[in-house]
Design a protein. Structure first.
Length: 222
């Protein structure tokens, strides 16, 4: 007996979802499926990610209820969204679009660095290349923004240390359905922004929540 994509789900989108499920990420990265945008493309899937310090291997496979018992402040957060329009969209130059977001709080002294935005944007290219993705060959129409916000406290909160919030938004068009490498590139960017050392001490598979819920709901638009 053969199995194929759920009724109404394009073969390419089903293949992309399957490739996402097969990926293994660093133990510090926790993924949760979230509602995907429905107006931009007819088919989509969205993941939220957190980077947690000192995550023990295997935690990613525990039940969602266990996460509430081990709550900790993430070092970085973000979103990974895959859009698919079988008819293609002119701005994409293809039928898929990956849209990513990374947020992290940096050391206050970095706020004065005039090169901060340039350096942060260079991380995007480095992470894509580290995953084996080459602009113009593996991806097209790459673009994005880097935003930094310096928070200073006054009055009753005057003792609160200054903080720099960094936000990286990047999007690109994959040229095939092997989107697992794109997920790994985004996860690498997430950990880089969090200041996690690049050499992993262990890896963990995608969360069971993502795999199971995707099969039930097919993560598609209306």
């Amino acid at each position: 007996m053969t199995s194929g994509p759920p009724t109404g789900v394009p073969v390419d989108f089903a293949a992309a979802l399957a490739d996402l499920r097969r990926q293994a990420l660093r133990a510090e990265v926790r993924l949760t499926e979230i509602p995907a945008p429905r107006r931009v493309a007819p088919f989509s899937v969205a993941l939220a990610g957190d980077v947690l310090a000192g995550a023990p291997p295997g935690r990613a496979d525990r039940d969602a209820d266990d996460d509430h018992d081990h709550a900790e402040e993430p070092l970085a957060t973000g979103r990974f969204v895959v859009l698919h329009d079988p008819a293609g969209q002119e701005a994409w130059h293809g039928t898929f679009r990956v849209v990513t977001l990374v947020r992290a709080t940096l050391e206050p002294e970095m706020a004065a660095d005039p090169m901060l935005a340039d350096v942060a944007w260079s991380w995007v290219g480095e992470c894509l290349e580290s995953a084996g993705l080459v602009p113009g060959t593996s991806t097209v129409a790459d673009g994005g923004t880097v935003t930094r916000v310096l928070s200073q406290s006054y009055g009753a909160l005057a003792g609160t240390p200054d903080a720099v919030d960094l936000e990286i938004r990047a999007s690109w068009t994959p040229l095939d359905t092997h989107l697992g490498t794109h997920l790994r590139a985004w996860a690498a960017l997430l950990t880089m922004a969090a200041g996690v050392p690049p050499l992993p001490e262990g890896v963990a598979a995608l969360t069971r929540r993502f795999t199971d819920r995707s099969r039930q709901r097919h993560t598609v638009g209306p």
